[in-house]
Design a protein. Structure first.
Length: 631
């Protein structure tokens, strides 16, 4: 390859890196930092691994491109991979505030929702600069340097690259203590433990989590889940709890409806936060005659893990892509035992409302595997309850369509209840429209000027719930049906949501996929307090808490969580985990290995315990089927 072509690529990649670096500075709000020499050096050191990656890649590219024409092809491949990897990582930082994660890969089926008009224009603008602007500038610079000896210039280039790499490596590994503390503080502040785009992308795409562990390794460890380490089914334990609340006399088994709202955080609900009263007026009205559970967090993410984890009180191994969505047929057979099984053993008919098309997800299969008797997907809802109206979202019914379907289902059920159907029901309903990056469809309700899609989707969800709540209050269900409003997990920190957090000055918010989520319980037949403090419990406690609340007969279960209503519950902290991240939640904040030293020892023990329970899960050692009672 000609020297001037090589110099073109060198200039191109250098300018590209500079542009992306400025983009990172802007997206991570470094440009708004108080300027000082100390701060500036600390910021540069925060990007040390980024610069080292760039310098090594640049050196490799220039060496390969100077080889024989055919041998220079690897250099072009390295250049392409390096540029593409950085575009992917920068896009992830731009849209989601962090490098692409295993959780993002698992939810890649929702990738299309990023391409709204605003995001598409931004991406096109970036690509135009990269594909046209930088090459043009490179040509101009190349002409200026054409008079200089190319041979000499490349020797100098290689020398400078080597010196820069060695210097950066040496300096970054020998920082003064004060400067190292400042760099660590930036890591905590930005929630990025290592700013290494290439390495992070590689580990996300190719590294596999090792969960091959034996329960016997717990013998010398703190056994936080009280596992019976010598048993074939270590999770199974005896269970006898009496309902914690005073029910009305002659109470029959109540119907139950649980709303697993997609990505709803408690902090953006007027029920929990006065700043948002105008956003969720119907849920506020619902809460006036219900019990609001406070200091309650999601224990995992995203949807598949969130729903399985709450129904079965587990930290599930499998999420979306690589699991339920695209690898379902290769997943091991697992006998789950959870809330649905206990309800079935107590004569309940269990039903799951899936808003998605059957072939667009594996939610149908997931719901059936965790024990639901009946699953109604988007096709079923459209045909049976929407008069053939097509789902308004690309892959699912809208929230308004979903709630309309629920109301019509209940009306039909009410007419049949005096004839063929005698048993009480348990309905779990999952919606899709409040998903991160989504905006409302044509049947939706905008909030204010409609410019923020997060506010729109939450306001629209509240409006849809309000239609249901109005129907419920006028129906006979208001006398015998428990309503539980909660979430599959907290809201993801996409750009729109973070804008809301900043606008409403939620200063205690941590940019994590763990946060307070709602748990609101309405029971017309039980005297409940207006609020209940769960003391930093998490949604892993959902199933045991509801079983306890209902006072259901249940002699054994494999739940990792425990009822939040137990008077002897003495833990003042909660546990959460998703991907390969682990958290301890207390009154101070959500602690991880990267943002706190307070629970480092406990977090290591939690990691080991969770991996062991996941080993038991994929080994089909959650539940002994011989203990199951015939339905």
């Amino acid at each position: 390859m000609k020297s001037n072509q090589i110099s073109f690529f060198v200039i191109y990649i250098t300018l590209f890196m500079l542009l992306i670096f400025l983009g990172y500075l802007h997206q991570l709000n470094f440009l708004k930092q108080h300027f000082s020499l100390f701060n500036s050096i600390a910021i540069l050191m925060f990007f040390d691994k980024y610069f080292i990656e760039f310098l090594i890649s640049l050196l490799l590219i220039t060496i390969l491109l100077k080889a024989h024409y055919i041998a220079s092809v690897p250099g072009l491949i390295v250049l392409f991979v390096y540029v593409l990897a950085n575009i992917i990582q920068f896009s992830s930082i731009y849209f989601g505030g962090e490098f692409i994660t295993p959780l993002a890969i698992e939810n890649i089926d929702s990738f299309y929702i990023l391409f709204n008009v605003s995001n598409s224009v931004s991406l096109i603008f970036i690509l135009i600069i990269l594909l046209i602007g930088i090459p043009l500038l490179s040509v101009l610079i190349n002409r200026y340097f054409s008079k200089i000896s190319m041979k000499l210039s490349f020797r100098l280039t290689h020398l400078l690259i080597l010196l820069s790499t060695v210097s950066f490596t040496f300096v970054s590994s020998n920082l003064p203590e004060d400067l190292q503390k400042r760099v660590n503080a930036l890591n905590f502040e930005k929630n990025i433990d290592s700013f290494s785009p290439m390495k992070k992308l590689y580990s996300t795409l190719f590294s596999k989590t090792n969960i091959d562990a034996s329960p016997k390794t717990l013998l010398n460890q703190v056994n936080i889940f009280k596992l019976k380490v010598n048993s074939m089914y270590p999770l199974i334990k005896k269970h006898r709890d009496i309902s914690p609340f005073q029910a009305k006399k002659n109470k029959k088994k109540s119907n139950i409806i649980v709303f697993f709202t997609e990505g709803m955080s408690a902090r953006v609900m007027g029920v929990y936060n006065n700043k948002f009263k105008a956003l969720t007026p119907n849920l506020e009205n619902f809460s006036q005659s219900s019990m609001k559970v406070e200091n309650y967090y999601n224990h995992t993410a995203a949807t598949y893990r969130g729903i399985i984890g709450q129904i079965c009180s587990l930290f599930p191994t499998y999420g979306g892509y690589g699991g339920w969505t695209d690898n379902y047929k290769k997943m091991p057979e697992i006998n789950y035992y959870g809330l649905t099984d206990i309800l079935s053993e107590n004569s309940y008919h269990t039903i799951f409302f899936n808003p998605k098309y059957k072939n667009m997800s594996r939610l149908d299969e997931m719901a059936k595997q965790i024990g639901f008797d009946l699953v109604l997907n988007a096709e079923d809802l459209s045909k049976k309850y929407l008069n053939g109206e097509q789902p308004l979202q690309k892959d699912a019914v809208s929230d308004f369509q979903l709630y309309t379907s629920l109301i019509r289902f209940l009306k039909n059920y009410e007419m049949d209840s005096h004839q063929t159907i005698k048993q009480p029901f348990f309905i779990a309903l999952y919606n899709a429209e409040t998903h991160a990056w989504y905006d409302i469809k044509k049947d939706g309700k905008k909030f204010g000027n409609g410019k923020n899609n997060t506010l729109n989707t939450i306001y629209n969800l509240d409006h849809s719930f309000g239609k249901f709540w109005k129907y419920y209050q006028s129906s006979h269900y208001s006398q015998n049906t428990i309503i539980v409003f909660t979430s599959d997990h907290a809201h993801f920190y996409d750009k729109s949501y973070v804008d809301v957090i900043k606008k409403y000055k939620e200063d205690d918010y941590q940019k994590l996929f763990v946060d307070k989520i709602p748990l609101i319980i309405h029971d017309p037949e039980t005297k409940l307090p207006r609020s209940f403090d769960s003391r930093y419990s998490t949604s892993i406690d959902f199933a045991p808490s509801l079983v306890h609340f209902l006072g259901l007969k249940n002699e054994r279960n494999p739940f990792l969580g425990e009822s939040i209503f137990l008077p002897a519950r003495n833990k003042a902290y909660g546990i959460a985990s998703y991907g390969n991240q682990y958290y301890v939640i207390d009154k101070e904040k959500i602690h991880s290995m990267t943002n706190s030293n307070k629970f480092n020892t406990l977090l290591k023990i939690i990691q080991k315990n969770i991996k062991i329970t996941q080993y038991l899960e994929i080994s089909n050692r959650i539940w002994d089927e011989s203990l199951s009672k015939k339905r």
